[in-house]
Design a protein around this ligand. Structure first.
Ligand code: BGC
Length: 753
């Protein structure tokens, strides 16, 4: 299709019409010109394709499909190839179902454990979220269907999600809340981006020109179209001008009319409308060009794939030697989740699974007994239930309690009020642990929980919301058929109050201030050297690993060079297993507040017992840079940086130092109130004030007119605290009239040249 030519033949009304949905899930057609409608669908970890009654909240039925592990789990795999494979299978099922775009991945940052949608999001770390999102997108789009990375941007709470303003300084947005989107755009070019419901610093994302045009398109090079989250449009005309192309779902014609009127009134350039239509049609045509509705969909195969993926995501948080279980032993499975696992979250991502495999199903040929333990529906553990569970635990060698969060505790649409598990489940775990010293807890939850019983149980396996085959994956991991290799994509604080956003999360009315700035997750806990229940990046295995022999390609580089970091990883245990080699970078000294360490590389590798492999990472400017608001760009400050490689943010095996020289100078602007400390640090400015310093030195009875000595006099003899903080204007008063205001102004002019 010659899109530009087609657009030139459209009426204004037709063009405006194309910029909003036909209904809940389709774009409009213009039949007379051969423009066909396409269907989009949630997303992200399987298909929620709705046939008839449509909604965006996961209320009404959708087609039978395969529910893969949610993003809380897949991010913990730290495995780019794995999530690519999952994307491929979802992309193929889109082809089968004639879907042009799947609505995902969702990459908002886990600012607080309370966000109701954390289960759908990837990480508290933007680098990890970006890498995983890019692989997912590349996987889906390898099947010639599109993705919609969402929710752009800073949509980190559900509370008042459609009206709240996420207020953060630009550095925080650039370093924490944007990079997952940026990486995905640069590495995977998603066909579409979904803008979020919330405002950013007072402007709705859906009408934020800076966000949707300047940052997303002009800076990052996004080529597709932007669609709104469902119902995220407030003022359509400024939205279109800001770069928000497709309003979803249908506006019932109301906003189409406003667009037409605005063009007619000369308030909206028709070229803006043409561009939006062009972007939408380009993507739609891209789908039609290679649409393959005859693509088969083998759901049974995808079910097994979902089990395989889930097995690679589970995080063994604690293990005092009780796992893996022995298949010959009697084991008690306790807790309703053993029979009916919680494997996905509520809301728009809710999938109508064609089947599920519980842990009890998967363990049917093993020596396993079952006690319900608690009732999810009634949120209770009766005395009888506990007594039955205790008896089962006593009769078994090992008791495995399946616990976590019921559906009602976390969902799209609202946040959790606290971080606790149901009291009935905590009570059950305590009772079982008292009855059997070999108690294991398996958790099904989409976000961290407090674990008051942690010291009383021997092992904890974080299974997250592991998709419809989670039971099979859990049994494989528990019995050692799969060696656990997931690592936390988020910190588990001991208690909610420890979380950096605790004081402000949710905001006051519609103002959610991100006052903790860049100190999100481990960036905060590490800086504060605070105890956490489990740190970011943590995950145990049934074998052990060690990293050694750290090598840097250079000790000294500039920010225009790259640095290659190589480390030797060894399996020091007796089983084959996978390890996640994590690379963190930290600026030893900085003029801005920076985290102690930030993840800048990771690689998941498999090692046989005793085997070693070299793993290499390439670091460029971005790995060392922070966002400089004055330069309005990434900036590296000359100095030493730590390169740490470890198995979590708190388990660093090897470290080295590299000196990086920044090639860009941040030009300072001096005024009469600039203080000596800052001037002394700037050799150019120093040149200018040398004579004055010399003069002052003499005045204070220093060693004569030599400026080096003058500096010495200022720093040593006069006392650092005294002079360092003095403003330049004090030379007038302290020079005894030798420096006039005129001379001072002359100096300032020279310094600012
Ligand atoms: C959600 C999106 C979803 C859309 C369509 C919205 O409520 O925030 O993530 O894709 O509905 O169901």
């Amino acid at each position: 299709m010659d899109i530009k030519n087609v657009i030139s033949q459209m009426t204004l009304e037709e063009k405006a019409g194309l910029c909003s949905g036909l209904d809940f899930w389709h774009t409009k057609a213009v039949e007379r010109l051969g423009v066909k409608s396409v269907m989009v669908s949630d997303g992200p970890h399987g298909l929620r394709k709705q046939d008839e009654k449509a909604d965006h909240l996961g209320v009404n039925e959708s087609i039978k499909a395969v529910c893969m592990p949610a993003a809380c789990a897949t991010a913990a795999s730290f495995d780019r190839d794995l999530i690519y494979k999952m994307g491929q299978s979802i992309g193929a099922s889109c082809q089968h179902e004639k879907l042009a775009v799947v609505l995902g991945p969702a990459v908002n940052i886990k600012r607080s454990p309370l966000c109701g949608r954390n289960f759908e999001y990837m990480s508290e770390d933007p680098y990890l979220a970006g890498e995983m999102a890019a692989s997912y997108i590349n996987g889906v789009q390898s099947q010639d269907v599109g993705t919609s990375i969402k929710h752009f941007a800073a949509n980190d709470q559900e509370h008042r999600r459609m009206s709240s303003s996420s207020n953060a300084d630009e550095r925080t947005l650039r370093e924490i809340y944007f990079p997952a989107f940026e990486t995905a755009v640069k590495k995977a070019q998603p066909w579409t981006v979904m803008c979020s419901y919330n405002k950013i610093n007072g402007v709705y994302a859906s009408q934020n020109h800076w966000l949707l045009t300047e940052v997303l398109r002009d800076e990052w090079g996004f080529e597709g179209y932007v669609m709104s989250d469902w119902g995220a449009v407030s003022d359509r005309v400024p939205g279109l001008a800001a770069g928000m192309d497709l309003e979803m779902p249908s506006s019932g014609g109301v906003n189409d009319k406003k667009i037409v009127e605005a063009v007619k009134a000369g308030e909206l350039d028709e070229a803006v409308l043409d561009k939006a239509v062009e972007r939408i049609l380009t993507i739609n045509e891209k789908y039609f060009a290679t649409a393959r509705p005859d693509t088969p969909w083998d759901m049974e195969a995808d079910h097994m794939l979902s089990a395989e993926i889930a097995g690679q995501c589970m995080v063994l948080l604690k293990n005092d030697g009780v796992l893996p279980l022995n298949k010959a032993d009697n084991v008690a499975f306790i807790g309703e989740f053993a029979a009916k696992p919680r494997f996905q979250g509520g809301g728009s991502s809710h999938i109508n699974s064609f089947k599920t495999t519980s842990a009890l199903d998967a363990a049917k040929d093993l020596h396993v007994t079952y006690a319900q333990g608690y009732s999810v529906a009634r949120d209770e553990a009766t005395e009888d239930m506990i007594a039955e569970a205790v008896a089962a635990a006593k009769a078994a060698k090992v008791a495995v309690v399946f616990a976590g969060l019921p559906d009602s505790y976390e969902s799209e649409g609202y946040d959790r009020p606290h971080m606790a598990m149901p009291a009935c489940q905590n009570k059950l775990i305590e009772a079982v642990a008292a009855a059997n010293p070999n108690t294991v807890v398996v958790l099904h939850n989409g976000s961290p929980v407090e674990m008051p019983w942690l010291s009383k149980v021997k092992a904890v396996l974080e299974a997250y919301l592991g998709g419809q085959a989670v039971g099979l994956a859990t049994v494989r991991v528990l019995y050692g058929d799969v060696n656990p290799s997931g690592h936390l994509a988020e910190s588990f604080p001991i208690k909610l109050e420890d979380n950096p956003s605790y004081l402000y999360y949710g905001g006051e009315a519609d103002q959610a201030d991100y006052r903790e700035g860049v100190f999100v997750g481990y960036r905060y806990y590490d800086k504060k050297r605070m105890d956490v229940a489990f740190p970011f990046g943590h995950g145990l295995s049934y074998t052990t690993f060690a990293y050694s022999d750290l090598r840097l390609s250079a000790d000294d580089i500039t920010d225009e060079d790259t640095l290659t970091v190589t480390v030797k990883a060894t399996n020091t245990g007796k089983r084959a297993g996978k390890t996640v080699v994590q690379l963190y970078v930290g600026d030893k000294e900085s003029s801005v507040f920076r985290p102690v360490r930030e993840l800048k590389g990771f690689e998941k590798i498999e090692l046989a017992p005793g085997e070693s492999k070299d793993v290499s990472f390439t670091l460029d400017k971005r790995a060392f840079a922070y966002w400089n608001e004055q330069l309005h760009d990434w900036h590296v400050e000359t100095g030493e940086f730590t390169i740490e490689v470890g198995q979590s943010s708190r388990a660093i095996d090897v470290a080295a130092t590299v000196t990086v020289t920044g090639t860009v100078k941040v030009k300072k602007h001096y005024t009469k109130d600039s203080i000596f400390m800052d001037i002394l640090a700037d050799p150019d400015a120093m040149q200018v004030i040398k004579p004055v310093l010399d003069g002052m030195n003499q005045m204070f009875g220093g060693h004569g007119g030599d400026s080096d000595a003058a500096q010495e006099a200022i720093t040593d003899e006069m006392g650092a605290a005294m002079v360092r903080y003095m403003p330049l204007r004090s030379v007038m008063s302290f020079s005894g009239g030798a420096v006039s205001e005129e001379m001072l102004n002359g100096m300032l002019q020279a310094m600012n040249r």
